[in-house]
Design a protein around this ligand. Structure first.
Ligand code: HEM
Length: 495
């Protein structure tokens, strides 16, 4: 019976997709490949050769816009000349949330309130980002303890660890030290739910997104484990929220002095005008965990692999760290002065990165872009990010990995802010851009730098069984570039 249902549902999906793409209106931009069979043959090619197609289109159309078929309609890939169109776009024209709803069906996985009422973004942007300086010692402490607990190294021996598992655990603890504080950030069940949640949401979201709107709630109930994860998270957070609310009532002004300083509290303080339930606040913490965890872990895994393949970069990074610490002590300011550390990570993100496109937006009405390209309602517009980040007209020797690319620019007198990892721009797309630019980018940059700083100052790293200067192969699936998730890395405590 279950098999019959899955065949019927698959048939509905296929028919739906064919109907959708054949009916969907096209942009006026040129089509890169054959659109035979409604473009679905190209679509299959895009599963494994997405980036090759985008590079081909970038060259063929001289960096101007072109289009390819997507699962739900046509996608217009644009070059740098249209960056400002996307950066300045408003949600009533080119919508970020419609794009997210289409791709990961957030309202059926994380929750409707989280997907539609985004007041938590302002808290991340303001209260959380402003607290990154004062909270740096705690995040640093958690990072050090998490590495020590996970690596369990003896004095002298090399130890091989599963790199993705290690990095995910460290990030989960360090992030949750800021989100909910001690001791919860170390609770094995809480951190397990947080680590698993992103995988659950993405898998379920992509499946749900393939179905027509009418069927989504039904499919959502079947395929996603997200509600269960939410209920398990609530067991930890709801009592904590209720206790904090009770203390606020009882302690009055004294609470202002004694209340915890973490994301949960900043959300509670900012929530008064929204009057959310404890469950709603829990969902927001879970949703922010979703946004923060795997992005940072996958990004940092690329960084770790570059370092393990090139141990010769470690002494240069150590010198950068020592110099900043000697002048600024263990502070966020010191971290800001570690230009080589920052440059190393930024170059990893430029060179390998996580996705080949950026700033995906769905047209919610017909739009004409500033170069005259017509984008019909329902089509998507995205930046052809990888092609720009590897364009010799934009970067000197872009196909070479130059870890000091950005720090050399600063040393030559260029702007520190423009060249720093946390800065989004029309040449660096890791954080997206415009109204929806990642609000967690300052924290994510700080976390990645803290991890790299801890690794280079406390450990030596290398690959086991790979020739020197060779990274494990990345996996290119659709628009993402994933580092090898199975790879092990050798760690040794430094003398
Ligand atoms: C390396 C790590 C990270 C990467 C690569 C990343 C990347 C992104 C990107 C590309 C976007 C969409 C921007 C756009 O389309 O213009 C985004 C949005 C978002 N990110 Fe991040 N992010 C990271 C870490 C974080 C962290 C640590 C947090 C929270 C503490 C976070 C919270 C969010 C939220 C809430 C949004 C949605 C913004 C909105 O609705 O306007 N991210 N992120």
């Amino acid at each position: 019976m279950a098999i019959q249902w899955s065949i019927i549902l698959s048939a509905i999906v296929v028919l739906f997709l064919i109907a959708l793409l054949s009916r969907s209106r096209r942009s006026s931009a040129p089509v890169l490949t054959s659109d035979w069979f409604f473009g679905y043959l190209t679509l299959f090619r895009m599963l494994t050769q997405y980036n090759d197609l985008l590079v081909e289109g970038y060259a063929k159309f001289n960096k101007h816009a072109f289009q390819l078929p997507g699962i739900r309609g046509w996608i217009v890939f644009v070059g740098r000349e249209l960056y400002d169109d996307l950066r300045k776009a408003k949600d009533d024209t080119l919508s970020f949330s419609e794009e997210i709803t289409d791709t990961i069906s957030m309202e059926y996985t994380i929750g409707r309130a989280y997907a539609t009422d985004l007041w938590h973004n302002a808290v991340i942007r303001k209260q959380m980002t402003q607290a990154l300086g004062p909270k740096f010692p705690e995040v640093y402490d958690e990072t050090v303890c998490a590495f020590e607990d996970e690596l369990r190294l003896s004095r002298t021996e090399w130890n091989s660890v599963h790199a993705h598992g290690l990095i995910l655990s460290v990030i989960c603890r360090a992030s949750n030290r800021l989100f909910v504080g001690l001791p919860l950030c170390r609770d094995p069940v809480y951190t397990q739910i947080s680590r698993d949640f992103s995988g659950t949401v993405i898998a379920a979201g992509v499946t749900i997104s393939l179905f027509p709107k009418l069927l989504k709630p039904l499919v959502g109930r079947w395929v996603t484990a997200a509600p269960r994860a939410r209920r398990r998270f609530e067991k930890f957070l709801v009592p904590m929220i209720e206790e904090r609310r009770r203390k606020e009532q009882e302690m009055g002004e004294l609470w202002e002095k004694e209340k915890p300083s973490d994301l949960l509290q900043w959300l509670l303080d900012a929530s008064k005008e929204h009057n959310p339930t404890a469950e709603d606040i829990t969902t927001r913490i879970l949703g922010i965990n979703f946004g923060a965890m795997h992005t940072t872990a996958l990004g940092f895994l690329h960084v770790l692999y570059w370092l393990a393949a090139h141990p010769e970069y470690a002494p240069v990074l150590r010198e950068d760290v020592d110099h900043a610490l000697a002048n600024y002590g263990w502070t966020k300011e010191a971290l800001g002065k570690m230009h080589k550390l920052d440059s190393f990570i930024k170059e990893c993100m430029r060179f390998t990165g996580l996705t080949v496109t950026a700033m995906g937006r769905k047209a919610v009405k017909d739009v004409i872009l500033s170069d005259g390209t017509f984008v019909p309602k329902g089509a998507k517009v995205v930046m052809n990010a990888w092609s720009i980040q590897h364009d010799p007209a934009v970067f000197y020797k872009p196909l070479e990995f130059d870890p000091w690319r950005y720090s050399s620019r600063i040393a030559r007198g260029e702007s520190e802010a423009l060249n720093s990892l946390a800065t989004a721009s029309g040449e660096f797309f890791l954080w997206g851009g415009g109204a929806h630019v990642c609000p967690g980018r300052y924290f994510a940059s700080q976390e990645m730098k803290t991890m790299l700083l801890v690794i280079v100052s406390r450990y030596d790293v290398k690959f086991e069984g790979l020739p020197k200067r060779v990274r494990p192969k990345d996996t290119w699936t659709s628009f993402s570039c994933l580092p090898d998730l199975k790879q092990r890395v050798m760690f040794k405590r430094r003398e």
